[in-house]
Design a protein around this ligand. Structure first.
Ligand SMILES: [Zn+2]
Length: 426
């Protein structure tokens, strides 16, 4: 008994010590994934060297021209692969994530006040913006969000790319020449140590995009659920890689000889976690030290608040080089496909099936009066509501006093009508 108690004590101690010493997840698995891609594809290194050469030429040409840059908007599609309700992140969180990206990439985020004065002269609006796709690869209307229930408890993108293939239980990429693909899910296996992974320009089309832990998606208003990483900065960081940015410390393991190929970021020894105090000097990098508030470092979401002008130029080079087709993508234009006349806008219902209450969201083509009508299987109206002059419909509908079954949700606007089914199952 005594022995048993002692053992119990030891194991409890080990568990609690393990918890208190537990490291935060590594922000990102992108460099390890890149190393694996290079091992699998012997041509990738030379492709990336060509891109680097082109990037350098672009940087030389565009020197001093940053103020005249035009804004480039990147159409985004979210592939939400969920096993639990929590993993089926809401439209509102995804919209807030897009809002976060647009603020972060324009240096219009609320926490620019936390950028140390020494770094403000190089903090920059990158002139890159994002939109949720409004037309799918066929030209048909879409909310830019694909939701898929998965039987597995999650994916392990650190080990394999199954999440990017429908045949492997994931969801196929949309044309990477027109869209930025973002897959979100629960992470399992080796991936429980990371929260995001991305593919640099130059890699294979089928796997192009970012894979991001579901709990990190959100923003200032609708927070994610992952501790320290709940303000949407994981996507800000991973998309940086997708636009050819390297980690700010140059991934040299503290040797001070690595580079992020950007001139206005300091040489920095290693990644910084949490919120570092100014100045944090490494590699003899001068009185200002590391730029630990940069999105390409590893700090907590509330400690990161800037890209530099040099990083902006490097990303713009990617959008004028390997990712140039994004500039002419119709992804965020009005749908032109064969289903466009019948259904002039896309409506999303979440959750569906519903246990009573669900949220209806729709991005309308124009400012419009909207009428929402829900009917039961007998055609009887069980809910009706109208709103005037709106461009984005967000409506919570409560059918908890109705019986289980299929209901039709009809949304009428000045220019068209859309009908969707919702299943009530309590
Ligand atoms: Zn990274």
């Amino acid at each position: 008994m005594r022995k048993y108690l002692l053992l119990l004590f030891v194991s409890v101690f080990v568990v609690s010590a393990g918890t208190s010493l537990a490291q935060k997840p590594k922000r990102c698995g992108t460099m390890d994934y890149l190393a694996r891609q290079m091992a699998e594809d012997p041509t990738l290194a030379s492709k990336m060297a060509d891109i680097e050469k082109m990037t350098h030429e672009f940087e030389t040409q565009s020197a001093g021209m940053r103020t005249s840059s035009t804004v480039i908007t990147i159409p985004v599609v979210f592939h939400v692969l969920y096993h639990t309700t929590a993993q089926n992140i809401s439209d509102l969180k995804i919209l807030d994530q897009i809002a976060t990206l647009n603020k972060d990439y324009a240096y219009l985020n609320a926490d620019t006040v936390n950028t140390p004065a020494a770094f403000r002269p190089v903090a920059a609006n990158t002139n890159i913006q994002f939109c949720l796709a409004t037309q799918d690869p066929n030209g048909d209307p879409t909310t830019g969000i694909i939701r898929k229930y998965i039987t597995a408890t999650g994916f392990d993108p650190y080990t394999n790319q199954n999440i990017k293939y429908t045949a492997q239980g994931g969801d196929d990429a949309w044309d990477r020449n027109k869209y930025l693909n973002i897959w979100t899910s629960n992470f399992t296996g080796a991936s429980t140590q990371i929260i995001g992974i991305s593919q640099f320009p130059g890699g294979a089309a089928a796997t192009d995009g970012c894979v991001i832990l579901y709990g990190t998606i959100g923003g200032e208003t609708y927070h994610g659920t992952t501790a320290y990483y709940n303000l949407g900065r994981t996507a800000t960081h991973e998309i940086g890689h997708w636009l050819n940015l390297y980690h700010i410390w140059g991934d040299d393991g503290g040797a001070c000889n690595g580079s992020d190929y950007v001139t206005d970021t300091p040489n920095q020894a290693s990644e910084n976690y949490s919120c570092v105090a100014f100045p944090h000097i490494t590699c003899n990098n001068g009185p200002n030290g590391d730029m630990y508030v940069n999105y390409m470092d590893y700090g907590d979401d509330n400690c990161l608040n800037m890209f530099t002008a040099g990083q902006g130029t490097r990303m713009t080079a990617a959008l004028n080089g390997p990712r140039i087709s994004i500039k002419t993508s119709p992804g965020c234009q009005e749908p032109t496909g064969i289903n466009s006349t019948a259904r002039q806008f896309a409506v999303s219902i979440y959750p569906n099936p519903s246990t009573g209450e669900f949220v209806l969201t729709s991005k309308l083509k124009d400012l419009s009066d909207v009428e929402v009508i829900v009917t039961n299987i007998l055609g009887e109206v069980v809910y009706k509501n109208s709103s005037k002059g709106i461009s984005y419909l967000v409506q919570t509908i409560d059918l908890s006093d109705q019986s289980n079954g299929i209901y039709m949700v009809e949304v009428r606007t000045n220019s068209g009508m859309s009908t969707q089914k919702v299943v009530l199952n309590r």
